[in-house]
Design a protein around this ligand. Sequence first.
Ligand SMILES: O=C(O)CCC(=O)C(=O)O
Ligand SMILES: [Fe+2]
Length: 385
Amino acid sequence: MNPSRQTNARHPDSSGSRLNDLLHPHVLAAFDRAIFERDGYWVWEGILTDAGRRQWTASLQNLQAMNDSIVAGSDWLQVDFAGRGLTAPDPAKVTPDALEAYLGGSEQMQFQTPGLRDYMYDHGLFDASLATQTLASQGIAWQGMMPEYFPLAYDDFILDIATSHPQMMELFGRILGPRFLIDHVLMLNRIPGSSGRRWHGHPYRQGQHETEDPAQGGRVASPEFLPRQCVRTLCFPEGMSEHDGGGEFSVVAGAHLYRTPYLWDTRRTEYDEQFEAGWMRDKNHPVTGEPLRIKRLELPPGSMVSFVHHMPHHAGHRDMDAETRWGLLMAYRTPDPTERSSQSSTQASSHWNEGTPAHWAQRMEDAGTLTAAMRRVFEADAAVA
Ligand SMILES: O=C(O)CCC(=O)C(=O)O
Ligand SMILES: [Fe+2]
């Protein structure tokens, strides 16, 4: 069977396999929209049920194992990169020893050349030199892209929580409003020694509507919560804190109202001291008037945090003797009201929004496994809801 025609997904909402009691309803109900808009983030402390937490961790571990199989088992130098307009990896970066060092966690695949990740996402990479048989022997079809970057395609539980599960859709609806589109969903499994990410923020879509300079930025603050928003939700099924192995996550309440996609397209090198002495200096919370302050979060197991992704944020170093910190990033955005062109376009890819791997969505659609719920998060901005 041509792997490009296979999908892994069954109907999560009709198979009876859904974990109904995923979230604690009282944690979901305690959400306060006014505080979220004012501070730019909301902690869902201990929101996962025990069963939800177990499944979430198991899914991330399985997905990591799949990613590892493909990384370590593939004959990367035999892949036809040139035929696809891509640069082949440096041979020194794909020796068996080198590949071993990329396993176990996210952001480790240092052999990737520019354009490879996007190519896989946009077109799918199907090549006999990839270790797809290893997955096939476990009943898993290779989807042309790494599980780390699009875990939905490889795990029914993750597909369900990211597109369909009523409690998760309620959570996303509370932070984004009635209609939201997928921006990206990927794994952030931090291995011991992971260096995390220095202070940075992100733009809405490709930055075409941004008005603040990504490096200086933050000159004008508005207390208004604008309609164009992308909100990230990080789920840490086993928790996350500085005192629990590091890799801890920090935010700055109110900083999202300066709407600076801080250093999103350049190198990020700033730890707290430099960030406080630089961008943060002399800035106040636009609503409360208090000086901006770094908030280092400490989240118990089964917690999530949602934050407006214009807010600068930071992930610390993971201790060398810590265990892996399991994490899933789920980023969704409001539709762009000015994105109208797709309605008149005849290209197949225009059915889908830019966060959706079109080749995968099309296979799902052709196989009849794309449900109405899924379509809602994958369809184009201008689609009629
Ligand atoms: O927790 C992490 O690994 C950092 C997450 C992050 O920077 C992000 O979600 O944008
Ligand atoms: Fe980030």
